[in-house]
Design a protein around this ligand. Structure first.
Ligand code: HPA
Length: 260
């Protein structure tokens, strides 16, 4: 059977990066790229959402061999919170130890405007879903303390300092989507202690911790949450603002690896 490891050949990345909505341009920074369409990799999802290409780009970022997943499957596409499980398990089997998750998100703080980047310190799951529901075995009682690895966070803070990319830090709240939140839900997320809202990342973080991967998460803020200053977010806005912030994300991530 074809495995990801066999497709990688002599390339042995230890870190994978999942790119969120419209952050595809980050993959352009990969030197000496080996491009594998998801359709060729068993278990990898073929997404139909615009702004999400489905290819794995393997090569060097900041001099370090990485595997960049351009595109993800969201639980709202299928109702399956474990949609990314086969891909994450395959990454683990192929030797990946660290998973960096990126996403587009709405801000819960009017000071953190569109175009900002937020390092995820923790998350809140209000979706009612969990990718491990239905699984048998004690290994599914996954501890979620320090799920977003403190030492990886420190490295991102250092990289942000070097690149002069302003880096916010905060708690990401997962709503299932695909409808955007109501203004009342946004107020709830603020009261709960969230700093940003989005429709991805949390199930991937849970799955990655389940498979023993270290996790870091970064949000690109594409809009204020619904109702804040009259905001009414849309998918078009998410894509447009995501593309604008991709350059800063590219710099930050390349510097993260260069400082490794
Ligand atoms: N809500 C949920 N997901 C998002 C948003 C938002 O406001 N912006 C980008 N992704």
């Amino acid at each position: 059977m074809t495995t990801l490891a066999s497709l990688l050949g002599n390339r042995k990345p230890k870190t994978a990066l999942i790119l969120g909505s419209s952050l595809g341009p980050v993959a352009e920074a990969v030197a000496d790229p080996l491009v594998i369409p998801y359709g060729n990799i068993p278990g990898f999802p073929v997404s139909k959402v615009s702004g999400h290409a489905g290819k794995l780009v393997v090569g060097k970022l900041g001099g370090v061999e990485v595997a960049v997943l351009q595109g993800r499957s969201h639980p709202y596409e299928s109702g399956n919170a474990a949609a990314m499980r086969p891909a994450i398990e395959m990454l683990k089997t192929a030797g990946i130890e660290t998973l960096i998750l990126t996403n587009a998100a709405g801000s819960l703080d009017v000071k953190m405007r569109a175009g900002s980047i937020m390092l995820i310190t923790d998350h809140i799951n209000v979706s009612g879903m969990n990718p491990l529901i239905g699984q048998q075995g004690d290994e599914n009682f996954v501890p979620m303390t320090d799920a977003y690895d403190p030492s990886l966070r420190q490295r991102f803070i250092a990289a942000a300092g070097q690149t002069q990319v302003p880096l916010y830090q905060g708690v990401y709240v997962w709503f299932s989507g695909p409808s955007f939140e109501t203004p009342a839900e946004i107020r709830m997320a603020q009261i709960l202690g969230g700093n940003a809202v989005g429709m991805s990342t949390v199930p991937e973080c849970i799955l990655a911790r389940r498979f023993g991967l270290r996790v870091a998460g970064l949000s690109v803020i594409t809009n204020l949450g619904a109702g804040l200053e009259g905001a009414s977010p849309s998918h078009e806005e998410t894509k447009r603002e995501g593309i604008k912030a991709a350059e800063d994300m590219k710099k930050l991530i390349a510097n993260f690896f260069a400082g490794a």
